[in-house]
Every structure is written in structure tokens, then in C-alpha cells.
Design a protein around this ligand. Sequence first.
Ligand SMILES: Nc1nc2c(c(=O)[nH]1)N[C@H]1C(S)=C(S)[C@@H](COP(=O)(O)OP(=O)(O)OC[C@H]3O[C@@H](n4cnc5c(=O)[nH]c(N)nc54)[C@H](O)[C@@H]3O)O[C@H]1N2
Ligand SMILES: Nc1nc2c(c(=O)[nH]1)N[C@H]1C(S)=C(S)[C@@H](COP(=O)(O)OP(=O)(O)OC[C@H]3O[C@@H](n4cnc5c(=O)[nH]c(N)nc54)[C@H](O)[C@@H]3O)O[C@H]1N2
Ligand code: SF4
Ligand SMILES: [Mo]
Length: 746
Amino acid sequence: MSDWKSSACILCECNCGIEVQLGGKDDREIVRIRGDKAHPASRGYLCQKASGLNYYQNSKDRLSSPLRRRADGTFEAIDWDTAIREVSERLLTLRDREGGERIFYYGGGGQGNHLPGGYATAIRRILGMQYRSNALAQEKTGEFWVNGQMFGGHVKGDFEHCEVAIFLGKNPWHSHGVPRARAWLRDFSKDPARTLIVIDPVVSETAEFADIHLRVKPGTDAWLLAAMVAMLVQQEKYRGDWLAQHSTGLDKVLAAFADIPVAHYCEAAAVPLSQVQQAVDAISGAASVAMAEDLGVQMNRHSTLVSYLEKLLWVLCGHFGNPGGQYIPASLQNIAGSGRSSRKSPVVGAPIISGLVPCNVIADEILTDHPDRYRGMVIEAANPVHSLADSRRFAEALRSLDTVVVIDVAMTETARLADYVLPAATQYEKWEATFFNFEFPDNYFHLRKPLFEAPGHALPEAEIHARLAEAMGAMPVALCDELTKALAEGGRPAYRERFMRALAEDPGLADLAPVILYRTLGPGLPEGADAAAILWPVALGFAMREPDALQRAGFEGEPMERGEALFDAMVAQHSGVVFASDEYDNSWRRLGNEHRVRLDIPDLLEELPVLATECAELVSADYPFLLMAGERRDYSANTIYRDPGWRRKDPQGALRMNPEDAGRLGISSGDQARVTTRVGTALAQVAVTARMQPGHVSLPNGFGLDNEDGSRSGVAVNELTSLDARDRFAGTPHHKIVPARIEAVH
Ligand SMILES: Nc1nc2c(c(=O)[nH]1)N[C@H]1C(S)=C(S)[C@@H](COP(=O)(O)OP(=O)(O)OC[C@H]3O[C@@H](n4cnc5c(=O)[nH]c(N)nc54)[C@H](O)[C@@H]3O)O[C@H]1N2
Ligand SMILES: Nc1nc2c(c(=O)[nH]1)N[C@H]1C(S)=C(S)[C@@H](COP(=O)(O)OP(=O)(O)OC[C@H]3O[C@@H](n4cnc5c(=O)[nH]c(N)nc54)[C@H](O)[C@@H]3O)O[C@H]1N2
Ligand code: SF4
Ligand SMILES: [Mo]
């Protein structure tokens, strides 16, 4: 067995530090895993999911060669030169014939890998691809849009220091999203001076820790939160003095909530008025409140309106820019984008928020005779045939395209429909990192070193994109030679000077920067860290934007020198580097709108009266249940683990159901039931549990992957979800509230 080596878990945005020992044949397996105590954010913490990482590294579905589809639909192995040449030719031909904007880019990274999307920008620019998307456009874009307008940036809650913590449609016990979530929940709930509020229809593991659990009726959070904001307004519990100093638009908000019938809305949400009052008093009376919302509301009815109401709730009480409140983190690379939505998608005219086309319109923008329909797609590090609503229709859309290229480590449901499949090195065979860096006051970045050499057939995405750029004839060869020479002769200062000059002379070169840096700066980096080259402008840019936070983190000298030192530290460290040591006041500096919170979002204030007339009830005689399609559980990890063998519990991913419903339908735990929605039908094994409300059922996320022999473990939930059930503003799907029928199968 090898020595302990450090890396990180790639299964959720926390990216906890791990230490691993390698063993097995040729030391190609991860045989032991423990938490890395030296990792600044996770400090040795792991959840049980990390122990299965060898199922990812040595996946049964691992690709072993570039593949090309034959006319009969089967695949043949081809060598890399052929693959790169043919993919470049196909994409260039498609661009010349239909226009680059007809080629769509999907993905770019997941829970552990954000460098592929960075390198792919070069290819997108070379081809003139204008439209793209990824999973964020089926979860976070509504929140990004609200944050963009109210704060001009992405906002996070300071859970470490808050007096009151609120989770809205979020179950951190399983999903995390808060560092060391389980340890945090245990500690927080033991402290009598602190209050945990959970808003969830399910008695989730997180809700079991709550001091106040608002057990809302599924899909009625808009009514509940409107009532809570209205209580603040009508009982004058908002902080008028603070708001006068720090915000704009208060009058409009006060007017909009003055007449909301609080008791009536609490009833619509099925939460006792007295309990709602207790929560509102805790929020308005606390010194600090940290709040986080997640999929339970973001993939639900009125999701964008709910994001807005959620933010009004704490900001009206002044819980921003203070210890334990909300903050705007110092970001290396802003993955939330601007939240702006000035562009529209070409066929449906859906809002493009933070540069992302809503996932739910992509299939409709292909399966049409509209002249602007997409004709080709490049999909990288994502499995949209499994993860997007109405996956059968998405599969049909892929089949109808001229060219589909998939870059993945495994033969996925999506790869099976590609014309070309390009095998990537796994995240443990290359330099990799994420930009999920939201910590405060100290913020960390962790560039992971490879644990294994990549097998000959698999390449890091940086190399794949560089080869594609070269095959497309887009690489400025003479400039690359000069840059290489400058680096060899004058080191990084000379390289920097030459690079900046080239950009000044031809700003268009910025489009190609990722692959130019990879080919010229990369080879000079220590330990074969070529793929880290893209981080150099990221580090320098950060030093220019946030010189003080960087200096407090220990980086001295002129800002440019601080940036260079940060880049060196990123490459050299093993367990993460602190790049920002922040102060609470900085949130005010980063706030848009002249350093004031903008309280009024006209579109959403106009939407509010809809609640007065819309029926909070969603079920019908045909579909009397509400299905939560895609819950996070012990043994769910998106589709990163493809082998169902890692699941020690609940291998089929049970359909959870309340005892009353089960009794009425004559179903017991372990029985089969048929789940039918407007879109599809599936058989599931039932688990009866009082965690669920009557009328509410749940299936887990990430199950039902296709095995090679055609078998499956569990239900592929997106065969049950529909494309048209989506938010008016952000186009995000209503996966958590799918009207369904359940029947016993005996
Ligand atoms: N174990 C595990 N962890 C994961 C992942 C995984 O696949 N498995 N995936 C990661 C990813 S990509 C993400 S985005 C996060 C998501 O993390 P979460 O959003 O926390 O996960 P979910 O289980 O999808 O939904 C959260 C909660 O919403 C509640 N909910 C359902 N309907 C409603 C409703 O109408 N109102 C309210 N208020 N709540 C409702 C559910 O009961 C559930 O407790 O998890 C990450 N972590
Ligand atoms: N009904 C329903 N649908 C949902 C959800 C839900 O709650 N309900 N949740 C949604 C959410 S929040 C998310 S985030 C999405 C997730 O869905 P997707 O964004 O589609 O991503 P993952 O399932 O995480 O799959 C990641 C892919 O990346 C591949 N991969 C892993 N490592 C590498 C690598 O190093 N390089 C490359 N090129 N590929 C790699 C894996 O093999 C896998 O195919 O699902 C969404 N879909
Ligand atoms: S919380 Fe669990 S799944 Fe998330 S990164 Fe840490 S160990 Fe991995
Ligand atoms: Mo996600």
C-alpha cells in the first residue's frame, strides 16, 4: 500500500479534503480514505459517501478509447488523432453551414471539476458557439437573478457565527452545502442560545434537529414566506433605521405587503399561525440570521418569487454584512455569473440568466423546424439524458442533431447517444479544482494533484481542447513560440510582459487564452501541472480586484507579485490555500447599486398578487399525489458513482410514502408500486415512513442508471418529469412537485 496522499472528495460542493492510500493491481485503486485534518475547510470531516470513491476511479463503465458511432448505432474504437481530426472537421463544417451559434455547449464541470469548462471556452469561441447551459440552469438561476438585482452578487449565510439559522427546502444532513454539515448540525442544536428553523414538508434528518420546523404543505412556500414578510411589515418588525441607511425601494415593499392576508396564507401553507409568528419573532429579534435555500424550493412552484421572499425576510431585519448574517464572498472566479438576463434563447425566447439557457427549453429548441434550432452539441462532464426533465424527449432531441460530441470518463446514458465519445482522465488522474469557494472570513482554494497517471487512452480536458484548437487551425503558432521563449529566457515576468502585450495588440486573443496558456505556460510548471496554467490569470485578476484580502491572507508585495505568489502557492500546496482573509465590511464594498441593497424587484412585486387568486392546491383526481422527483439521501451522489454496488442501504431507492396513504392503497414497505405522471410511468419499491406527509411521496436523485445488460437499479426520475412545468421567470423545473398517481402492484 502507498503512503497517504492528499486530495479531495468530488461528490458535493464542499469538496472535503481527503487522504488516501493506493493499492490493488499496480496501485491503481483507492483502498483507504480518511478525512484530511490539514484541509482548511473540512478539517478532517467526511461523510459516508466519500468511502466509495474507488467506485468512481475504477468505474465499471469507464471508457477505454475514443469512440465513433457507426451507421447501425454501435460504436467503434478509434485512435486519438482520428478522433480529434474528425471531431474538428465535423464541428467546423457544421459551423460553416449553419453558423457557430447553432452548436450548443452543455456542462463544463460538476461537483468536483471546474477546469474543463474553462478550457472549453477556447473551443466555444473558435466555433462561435453562443448558447450554453449546465445544471445551474435547473436549480440556481432564479436565485442568481434575484441576488443580481438585490445585491449585485452572490450572497451566502455565515452559519458558523449566526444566532438563528434557517434552511428552506434544504437538507444539509444529506446534501451538505454547509461545511462539516453533520458536525455543525449536532453542535448548533446543542447550543441553547441558538435557534434552528427548518422549512420543509418532510421530517428530514435536518428537520429533526430544528427548534422550529415549519412543516409546509408541498409547493406552498410562496404563501408561507409572503405571510412571514407581511408579518414583519404589518407588525412593523423590520429595521426601518438600518434600511433607511442601507437600502432603496422600501416604500414599494411596504406597500406590496401591507394588505397580505397573513392568517389566510398560513392556512394555505398548512402551518399554524402561532408557529409562523414564533419563527418571525426569532428572525426579527436575533442579532444575526443566516439563511440558505435549496432545491426543495428552487425546483418548485414560484421558485424565483420564493427566492425573493426568502431574501426579503432577513434583509428587512438587517441581517446583511454583519457577523453571522449574509455576506458576499471574495470570489476567485464567479460561477454564479451576473444574474442578468438581457438575452433570450433563440427559439423559445426563454430568459438567459448568468449566460445559461434554461435546461427545460433545450429539447424544445432542437425538436422544431424553426430555422434557429440547434444542430449540434458538445457535452462535457454532465449526463443530461439522465439529469434533465423528460429525459426521453431530451434523448430524442440528441438523436435528431447533426453532431453530438461527449467528453466524459464513463459510458453514460448521454454518451450512448453521441457521434463521438472522447474519454477524459478521471479527477484523480489530473490536476483539478472547483470554484465552489464561498467560505468566510477565510476563503480557500484547493488545486488537487493527480493520484494516478492517466491511462494512455484518456486525456485531461485541457489537452483535448488544446488538440481540438490546433486541429481547427486556430492556435497562433508564432506567438506561442515567442511566449515559450520569453518564459525560458526571462521567467514569468518576461512571459507576463509578452502575454499582456499580445493581448493589447489583439484583444481577440483572450478567447484563446486558456489553450495558449496551457501550451506555453503549462510546460514550465512544476510536477507536470500544465492544466493549472488557466489559474494564472485567475490569481492575477484576484490580486487586482482584492489586494487587501489577499494581503491579509499572507501574500505580500505589489498586487501583481501577490498574484504571482498566490498562483505559485495554488500549485505547490497539497491541502488547499487561503486566498482571502476577509472582513465583514467588505460585503458592503462588493454590493452593487451604490452599496445599497435594492429591495424592490418590480417584476416580482407585480407577481405577488397572483397568490391571492391562485389555488394553493395542485392535486387532481387523476394525479392525487405530489412526487418529489430527486431527493438527496445516504446513497445518492448525482450520477458520479455509476455502480449500484456502492449502496449499502436502500439499493433500489425506495418510493417514500406516508403510512396513511400506504394503508389506504394496501401497500407495505418492500411492496412494488406503480408511479404514473403526465409524462411517464415506473415501478418502484415502497418504504412507508411518517417522515412524509399524506399525499406527498419521494424518489431519490441519481438512481436508475442503465447497466450494460439493460438492467437498472431504481427509477430514473426524469422519465417522470416534464419540460413545461417550469418557473415563469427563470425557466427552472418543478421537479419537487410532480403530480402523480400511485397504484399497488401485487
Ligand atoms: N447525498 C447527496 N448529497 C448531495 C447530492 C446528491 O446527489 N446526494 N447532490 C448535490 C447537489 S448537485 C445539490 S444541488 C444539493 C441539493 O441539496 P438539497 O436541496 O438539500 O437536496 P434535496 O434532497 O433535493 O431537497 C432538499 C429538501 O427539500 C425538501 N422539499 C421538498 N419539497 C419541498 C417544498 O415544497 N418546500 C420546501 N420548503 N421544501 C421541500 C425535501 O424534503 C428535502 O429535505 O445536494 C448536493 N449534495
Ligand atoms: N428530477 C431531478 N433531476 C435533477 C435533480 C433533481 O433533484 N431532480 N437535480 C439536478 C441537479 S441539482 C444537478 S447538479 C444535476 C446533476 O446532473 P449532471 O449535471 O448531468 O451531472 P452529474 O450527474 O453530476 O454527472 C456528472 C458527469 O460527469 C462525468 N465525470 C466525472 N468526472 C469527470 C471528469 O473528470 N471529466 C469529465 N469530462 N467527465 C466527468 C460523470 O461520469 C457524469 O457523467 O441533476 C439535476 N437533475
Ligand atoms: S460532505 Fe461528503 S460528499 Fe460532500 S465533499 Fe464532503 S465527504 Fe464528499
Ligand atoms: Mo446540483
